[in-house]
Ligand binder design. Structure first.
Ligand SMILES: NC(=O)c1ccc[n+]([C@@H]2O[C@H](COP(=O)([O-])OP(=O)(O)OC[C@H]3O[C@@H](n4cnc5c(N)ncnc54)[C@H](O)[C@@H]3O)[C@@H](O)[C@H]2O)c1
Length: 434
């Protein structure tokens, strides 16, 4: 199978994990890395460590050009003509142009040939400097319709250079483009998108992104990695097999160390429910197969930093589901002992639970009792394997082997749910969820 070309936008904490795992998978070509600081130390190290010298490292200012394939198709053509009019480019037109082509349901290689053929036809019709980029929408539309009715020429060269998909790992309020803007650019340009949670703080915008994905016939997978954890997946399978019978209660605990959180992060995170409980809210609906009808939430900020950022470090969410199932989620930012994640589902026939794995199998037995080794200190190592499985799923989706399991409706509802929970926290009232 042809290896898909992938770009990664935002090489920070989570972007690094995704990038490393993509490279290690050996199943895709990593073609672009994009950041606001394109050669910050971490990227330089990663390029060296993984032998990515051929990967293009771009500034986020160039991101629309990258997504519209202008960088890799037009620039080399331009360079070969020694033409200097690049700054007059109108990337929007190229977005449209390539997006139209990408709507085609043809196989990847046919689509590539179409694009190559289209570029060549336009070159013949117009002077090259006009191809570069003062073509009108009408001309684009004409050439697209010609292409669709015409024959693909089957030329070599460009195919390996077209970007198929991007992983977006920048912050929700990234600069100059917020995360959902990048999602939209990529979808408009006809790319599949994996986007780290949250896609946006506004559920309306999340919905817009999914509508766009649907219109373009592309996948938008949201980064709910915990679903891909092997133990949680097994829990899900047992619930679906009705091993527990009717569900009574789900209790999810998510606590973390305070060390990495700072005021800048908190101010742009959207609050504890959008940034942290978003995962547990997704899990509770996914595991139960239900959506809650009401929520009540409490929280408290003890430290000055959380108070000033209008956020809380301890929060709990209680949910009531139509079947009578009761849900409880606890999020704490700032425990001294590690990354504490526990999952418990109680049903009429029994209970399923997942405790924190120790980092090693070592135990100390003495007169005080039995001491297990420490638990993981951070989320990235604890869920490293889940991130890998999540990405494998995305690769399988873009290769057409499976359809995306993280469904648009689920992500849109999750986004609304984080809002309702935040409202309950702020007002101290029970919130009904329509
Ligand atoms: N699913 C998970 O478990 C998980 C874990 C961590 C983070 N996240 C999410 O991923 C996102 C990133 O988090 P992080 O902790 O990696 O952040 P980070 O600050 O460590 O990294 C973000 C990177 O994006 C770059 N960036 C900022 N704006 C950009 C733009 N417009 N274009 C390109 N690059 C840009 C920054 O320079 C930085 O290198 C957040 O939304 C976060 O909620 C999810």
């Amino acid at each position: 199978m042809e290896r898909k070309n992938i770009g990664v936008i935002g090489i920070g904490r989570i972007g690094e994990v995704h990038l490393c795992q993509l490279v290690q998978s050996g199943q895709v070509n990593v073609m672009y890395l994009v950041d606001i600081e394109p050669m910050h130390g971490k990227i330089r190290d990663l390029v060296k460590q993984y032998g990515l010298q051929n990967v293009k490292v771009s500034n986020t200012e160039e991101v629309t050009d990258m997504l519209s394939d202008k960088l890799n198709i037009i620039n080399p053509l331009k360079e070969s003509r020694n033409d200097n009019t690049l700054d007059s480019a109108k990337p929007g037109e190229w977005h449209e142009y390539f997006s139209e082509l990408n709507k085609s349901s043809e196989s990847h290689s046919n689509r590539i040939h179409e694009i190559r053929s289209g570029v060549e036809k336009l070159e013949k019709v117009k002077q090259f400097c006009e191809l570069d980029f003062r073509i009108s929408n009408k001309e684009i539309a004409n050439s697209v319709s010609k292409l669709k009715n015409g024959k693909a020429s089957g030329l070599d060269g460009i195919p390996a250079e077209i970007l198929d998909a991007v992983l977006i790992c920048s912050p929700v309020f990234g600069k100059p483009h917020k995360k959902s803007d990048l999602v939209k650019f990529a979808l408009q340009a006809g790319k599949h998108v994996f986007c780290e949670k949250p896609i946006d703080l506004d559920p309306g915008v999340v919905e817009e992104c999914y509508k766009l994905a649907e219109n373009r016939g592309k996948t938008l997978q949201c980064g709910f990695d915990k679903r891909f954890d092997i133990s949680i997946r097994k829990m899900y399978d047992k619930i679906k097999a009705r091993d527990l019978g009717e569900l009574r209660m789900i209790k999810l605990v998510a606590r973390e160390l305070p060390a990495w959180i700072n005021a800048e992060y908190l101010k742009s995170s959207g609050g504890i429910f959008v940034d942290s409980a978003i995962h547990e809210l997704d899990l509770i609906c996914w595991l139960s197969g239900e959506r809650p009808e009401s929520a009540v939430c409490f929280g408290h900020a003890k430290s000055q930093m959380f108070k000033e950022c209008n956020d809380v470090e301890c929060a709990m969410i209680m949910l009531k589901f139509p079947s009578g199932l009761v849900g409880y989620i606890e999020n704490v930012r700032g425990v001294p002992y590690g990354y504490d994640q526990r999952f418990e589902v109680l049903g009429e026939k029994g209970m399923l639970c997942i405790e924190n794995p120790s980092t090693t199998h070592l135990q100390l037995w003495n007169q005080d009792g039995r001491l297990l080794d420490t638990i993981e200190q951070h989320g990235l190592p604890r869920f490293y394997e889940a991130y890998r499985m999540e990405k494998q799923h995305f690769i399988d989706v873009i290769n057409g082997k499976v359809s995306c399991e993280v469904l648009p409706d689920e992500v849109i509802f999750n986004s609304k749910l984080t809002r309702y929970c935040t409202k309950s926290l702020r007002t101290g009232t029970i919130v009904n969820i329509p």
